[in-house]
Design a protein around this ligand. Structure first.
Ligand SMILES: Cn1c(=O)c2c(ncn2C[C@@H](O)CN2CCOCC2)n(C)c1=O
Length: 499
């Protein structure tokens, strides 16, 4: 091991010795529909072209197992005819006529959005949006946006029935399902979210149909006065400028993994698994130093957390620099204790610095990550929601530790792949900070889950040098004593009986 010197920023296995995709990946077969795969485009790619929507002609579905699409003919709203007679009209017609007005200011934009969201006339405020276009952008930048970018966004949104030709199945709790969408489809869905066109997604009542889903319409991104909202808007607008300038030709997959049969989880006390390689560093970031590895999203159970609201830590930042991730909020029900969401292929469009109040957009990002055979960027993100501990001592209770071990196991487990083809996990202080977790316990829990799933670990302590040294020392002990995961679990249980 390295000497206990101050200036070491990293310890253990060099990053270069950890497995990454695509170098370690096994070759993919032909992409084709199967029971757990829902592919919304034609899987036969022609060189350099944008994947074609599947099916050719729009199929409408309006039921509780699919996203209620804004362009559905069932998306109706009541109107009072002059004769006083009640009748219903197509909301999609209203959305089109409203968005096809000439929009040359954020006030026009507000009026247009409220035109088909009348019940929120008095409740939604667009302060952040107005501030962005009148104070943050100068007159020239603002008129460039309204002249060139916004019309492109309107077109992208209104093309929805020709781009997403079948409704998207909801990734509900306890199901295992993968949805494949093209980046063009994601862009059209996000443009609709920007214009707040998704029906039934604004109700706050607990009993409402989508109460267990994250919100998707961008109205909350447009309100308030915080500086964070301005940085968030810079990320979102830059994304739309990019995809309107050049339609991306890749694809992204969203997999809900739900391991709800108890016998699939390890019996942690009996585990003979030994600890694998660890690279632990106080510098570096998951999305940069962890390219090609399984990258942790320190998730909220409502995926994306406060990305459209106030939140601005690790998860929200990842969703802002890779806005395609936001689409997962449209169809992913709140995660249960035995579930996670894996997103493969999301592209990074934005560069940034800092986090929370110091978060700043620092410009466009050209993502050079190679694509796999199914046209997905080789970037795999797993959304794992840690428990939120109101009192720190709760986390040492055996059933709480078991829940976190199983959650990490669920996220790390690639049991159908041979060990040689499984990249390392890139992680950090998962479930710490606002979640109230103890970083040293969380690090041990993640090392145990990685050992159980035979994955190496790259752990970034995000500038905490002491933590970096401590995790290294703990790992040296675990490896040198050749202790098993079972021994660890047992020791944890003994130790916490002292609480
Ligand atoms: C490893 N890691 C982080 O921990 C991280 C990050 N961006 C923000 N954070 C940390 C914050 O989300 C909150 N942390 C504060 C310190 O305690 C743990 C959580 N990034 C990009 C990262 O790679």
């Amino acid at each position: 091991t390295q000497p206990m010197s101050e200036n070491n920023v990293w310890f253990g296995t060099p990053l270069s010795q950890l497995k990454r995709a695509p170098q370690c990946s096994s070759c993919l077969g032909q992409l084709q529909p199967e029971r757990h795969f829902k592919i919304l485009f034609k899987p036969k790619f022609t060189d350099g072209s944008i994947p074609k929507p599947f099916p050719d002609n729009y199929q409408d579905r309006w039921d509780s197992n699919h996203v209620r699409m804004p362009c559905s003919s069932e998306n109706l709203y009541p109107v009072e005819a002059e004769s006083g007679k009640k009748e219903v009209k197509s909301r999609w017609e209203l959305i089109q006529s409203s968005l096809l007005h000439v929009l040359s200011s954020s006030v026009d934009l507000e009026e247009s959005i409220l035109h088909y969201n009348t019940r929120y006339n008095k409740r939604w405020n667009f302060e952040a949006l107005h501030h962005y276009f009148t104070e943050v952008l100068d007159r020239e930048e603002s008129s460039y946006f309204f002249a060139s970018v916004l019309p492109g966004m309107v077109q992208l949104a209104l093309e929805l029935p020709n781009i997403c030709t079948q409704p998207i199945p909801l990734l509900k709790q306890n199901i295992n399902q993968t949805i494949f969408l093209s980046q063009q489809q994601l862009a059209s869905l996000l443009a609709n979210a920007f214009f707040c066109t998704f029906p039934r997604r604004n109700a706050q009542q607990k009993k409402s149909e989508y109460a267990a889903y994250p919100d998707i319409n961008f109205n909350r991104l447009f309100d308030g006065r915080s500086a964070r909202k301005q940085e968030k808007l810079k990320c979102i607008i830059n994304y739309f400028r990019r995809v309107i300038t050049k339609t991306p030709c890749g694809t992204v997959s969203f997999t809900r993994r739900s391991i709800h049969s108890a016998d699939t989880y390890p019996n942690w006390e009996q585990s003979q698994a030994k600890f694998g390689k660890l690279h632990v560093s106080s510098v570096g970031k998951i999305e940069t130093e962890g390219t090609g590895m399984l990258q942790l999203d320190f998730a909220n159970s409502s995926v994306g957390g406060g990305v459209l609201g106030q939140g601005c830590v690790q998860e929200e930042i990842r969703f802002l620099i890779c806005p395609e991730l936001i689409v997962s909020r449209l169809f992913t029900e709140v995660l249960g204790k035995h579930e996670c969401l894996i997103i493969k292929g999301a592209e990074q469009y934005n560069s940034y610095s800092g986090y929370a109040n110091s978060f700043r957009w620092t410009g466009n990002h050209a993502d050079k990550t190679p694509r796999d055979k199914w046209r997905r960027r080789e970037t795999e993100i797993v959304a794992l929601d840690a428990l939120h501990f109101r009192q720190a001592e709760q986390q040492y209770q055996p059933e709480k530790m078991k829940r976190e071990l199983n959650k990490a196991f669920c996220g790390f487990n690639e049991n159908d792949k041979p060990e040689a083809h499984v990249p390392a996990v890139a992680t950090g202080n998962w479930g710490c900070g606002a979640f109230g977790g103890n970083p040293r316990l969380k690090a041990l829990i993640q090392l145990m889950a990685a050992a159980e799933t035979k994955r190496d670990v790259a752990y970034f302590t995000f500038h905490d040098k002491t933590l970096c040294q401590d995790i290294h020392n703990m790992h040296v002990f675990l490896q040198s004593q050749e202790v098993s995961v079972g021994w660890c679990k047992h020791a944890m249980k003994q130790a916490t009986s002292l609480y």
